[in-house]
Design a protein around this ligand. Structure first.
Ligand SMILES: Cc1ncc(C[n+]2csc(CCOP(=O)(O)OP(=O)(O)O)c2C)c(N)n1
Length: 371
């Protein structure tokens, strides 16, 4: 076990005082310590590539090494600036990466994580990034030597943390989120409303995390037969693009069930969906202003004016749903609207009990392909 406070202390002692990254469940007990840092010292970034890039910029203005945290699934988002800018053969920028290692060999994890987990070390080797696996407090000295190596060689270095190695702190969840999101609607209520209102040929593409898991579970347990789902258990931020791709050869309604963290990860995709402006494209944002699936880390989403943004990009219609009593009527409106539509639904935190996980992906795909 690693004590998050000891880890933070070690980093500070080694002159690492700036943090940026994308939240991850493996590292949540560490990143919880950063939640009260001001924005000069901690930025939650929208994707791992921008985290690397913010870190590069920080170094260029401070000559100090930034700490960049991410899940190993996000390593692929990070590769572009890591290899084309920070690499020793290009600008040679020192960075310290903390990587949550889902699907590490021998662990029990979801299929998509096992695939990425198996090749994580290989990716780091290919990138020429020196790394260490950190298992407990005794390994903290390895981080110190990595930092020294990064300073000496002006190169990125990485620490890999397996699941459950970072000690849990009580009262981890950000209580403020509960207060900020006084919303009354639960994600599961939206999902049920959609499943009972859609027609046979509707297609649903759901985003990474609790949304896909709840959709899968509710459809299965409550035996909703109409429509078919494609669960984006990985490829975070790409569900609206997959949904848009489906609309190209399918005249029936295609619903994208997005999350605020996911949508922000590749916000540029909204440009394409606005430009295409497909009549059967129904984009639903489940907005809880947090990364609930990986620990409830806050997203400052309230400031985003989604109506102006989506309309400016070319969506025909924007609607907002904030009260439970308007859910039924507005979902019906969304499904009957003859044009591209973006619905922002303000939801509160909370998931259904005993949440399962889709696993039989080939069966799911074959079923989705059936007309
Ligand atoms: C590329 C990538 N980075 C990080 C993650 C870890 N991750 C899984 S779900 C999630 C949060 C998604 O947030 P949001 O879309 O707001 O949905 P919520 O969890 O709030 O339902 C994150 C960060 C991931 N799966 N893939």
């Amino acid at each position: 076990m690693i004590t998050p406070k000891k880890l933070l202390k070690l980093l500070k002692k080694n002159r690492i005082s700036f943090f940026t990254g994308v939240p991850d469940s493996v590292l949540k007990n560490f990143t919880a310590l950063l939640k009260n840092f001001d924005s000069k010292n901690h930025i939650t970034s929208v994707n791992e590539g921008s985290a690397i890039s913010i870190g590069i910029g920080y170094y260029l203005s401070s000559k100090k090494i930034p700490c960049i945290y991410m899940q190993n699934s996000g390593l692929s988002n990070a590769i572009n600036p890591l290899i084309s800018i920070a690499h020793k053969g290009v600008y040679s920028i020192p960075l310290l990466l903390l990587i949550g290692w889902r699907g590490s060999p021998g662990s029990n994890d979801e299929p998509q994580h096992l695939i990425k987990g198996k090749i994580t070390e290989k990716i780091l080797k290919l990138l020429g990034i020196k790394y260490k696996i950190i298992n407990n407090d005794k390994d903290l000295h390895k981080i110190k030597s990595l930092i020294n190596l990064s300073k000496k060689t002006n190169a990125p270095v990485a620490c890999l943390f397996k699941k459950n190695v970072l000690e849990k702190k009580k009262k981890l969840l950000n209580k403020k989120i509960e207060k900020i999101t006084k919303n009354s609607i639960l994600r599961s209520q939206v999902i049920r409303e959609i499943l009972c209102s859609i027609s046979k040929n509707t297609r649903i593409v759901s985003t990474t995390g609790y949304t896909s898991r709840e959709l899968y579970q509710i459809r299965k347990e409550e035996k909703y037969k109409k429509g078919k789902d494609f669960y984006m258990i990985g490829g975070m931020g790409h569900s609206s693009s997959v949904a848009l791709g489906i609309t190209l050869k399918n005249k029936k309604k295609v619903i994208c069930l997005d999350g605020d963290g996911s949508m922000l990860m590749h916000l540029g995709s909204l440009h394409t969906s606005g430009l295409m402006n497909k009549k059967n494209f129904k984009h639903i944002l489940l907005n809880n202003s947090s990364h609930e699936s990986v620990g409830g880390q806050k997203i400052n989403f309230k400031r985003v004016q989604m109506e102006k943004l989506t309309k400016g990009l070319g969506y025909t219609k924007y609607i907002k749903i904030s009260k439970k009593k308007e859910l039924k009527k507005k979902i019906k409106y969304l499904l009957n609207f003859n044009g591209s539509i973006f619905a922002e639904i303000l939801i509160k935190k909370g998931t259904i009990k005993n949440l399962g996980r889709p696993r039989d992906f080939i069966k799911i795909k074959k079923n989705f392909l059936k007309i």
